[in-house]
Design a protein around this ligand. Structure first.
Ligand code: ZN
Length: 304
């Protein structure tokens, strides 16, 4: 991994807390989730001196990949781990850790039931692995998917459920005892999409004769169904100061590029290049909460 880059404090980045032993943990499912969903946030905090760690539950073994990209790699999983290592260098991650499950594929695929599939693993077992990483890394802030896994991906939903359970349990010595000191992170956030943008995107896609129920590189994302679930936005992170890093990390994931072609695609992507948005799950948020910094109100880390 390349050394962590630093960027000078810029006008746009002001308001985001600086390092001093702060740790941010993202618990996600596949190589590329860290970049396409949260890349700006991870890069921004890393550039401010925060230790940013990623738990990646699978190696993305089932991603569709153009055959020429597989040259020199033993498998799709191998290629995607290399892409993740490349992206992690540009984002400035302090560590990437795998939970050791297998990609479950999209909802309804027979791979959902593979014995190593994340979606088939007992919730308790996945949570125990995450608890152990929370106790080792001692993050103040944890990020994961929203309850529908962003777009109903079974691995994202499994990751959400296990992380919520682990967040509650990691501070309780009676649960999952593993010889490590317990640690209760202070804040839990869910990555989400800004619903008004999404609904506007759906309107525009229809206007241009595109089917919003068949979106994405594999045409397997149903934007209409996603827009039916409402998740409030409590934190909006301005990622413009690190837009170039997110772009370089994104370039690393050559096998998983999202289509930018088409006016609507470009419009939606441009919005997500400027800002990443989150729902705050813990502590509970009052209506209208509007944070600009995920570490807002976070105190010093308690001693071990
Ligand atoms: Zn994913």
């Amino acid at each position: 991994m390349t050394p962590r880059p630093t960027v000078p404090d810029s006008r746009e980045g002001r308001g985001v807390t600086a390092g001093d032993e702060r740790t941010l943990l993202a618990v996600l499912s596949h190589p590329d989730d860290e970049t396409f969903g949260t890349g700006g946030t991870l890069a921004l905090y890393a550039s401010r001196g925060v230790d940013v760690h990623l738990l990646c539950a699978t190696r993305g073994e089932l991603g569709t990949v153009a055959p020429e990209l597989l040259e020199g790699h033993s498998s799709v999983g191998d290629l995607r781990v290399k892409e993740l290592e490349c992206a992690a260098g540009h984002l400035g991650l302090a560590g990437v850790h795998f939970l050791g499950y297998r990609d479950s594929g999209m909802a309804g695929s027979p791979d959902n039931r593979h014995p190593q599939a994340l979606a088939a693993a007992p919730l308790d077992e996945v949570a125990a692995r995450i608890v152990s990483w929370i106790r080792r890394l001692r993050p103040q802030v944890v990020i994961t998917f929203d309850p529908i896994g962003g777009y109903h991906h079974p691995d994202h939903i499994a990751c959400h459920n296990a992380t919520v359970m682990a967040f509650e349990a990691a501070g309780d010595p009676a649960r999952y005892p593993d010889g490590l000191a317990t640690h209760r992170p202070e804040k839990l956030y869910y990555i989400t999409f800004h619903r008004p943008w999404l609904r506007q995107g759906i309107r525009l896609l229809r206007l241009f004769g595109r089917d919003p129920r068949r979106w994405g590189r594999n045409r397997d994302i149903d934007l209409v169904q996603i827009a039916q679930s409402e998740f409030p936005v409590h934190a909006r992170i301005n990622i413009r100061p690190v837009a170039d890093r997110k772009q370089r990390a994104s370039d690393c994931h050559a096998s998983q590029q999202m289509p930018r072609q088409g006016l609507v695609g470009r419009w939606l992507m441009r919005l997500s290049d400027a800002e990443e948005v989150y729902m705050r799950a813990h502590p509970g948020a009052a209506p209208g909460l509007h944070e600009r910094d995920l570490f807002e109100g976070v105190g010093p880390r308690p001693p071990r």
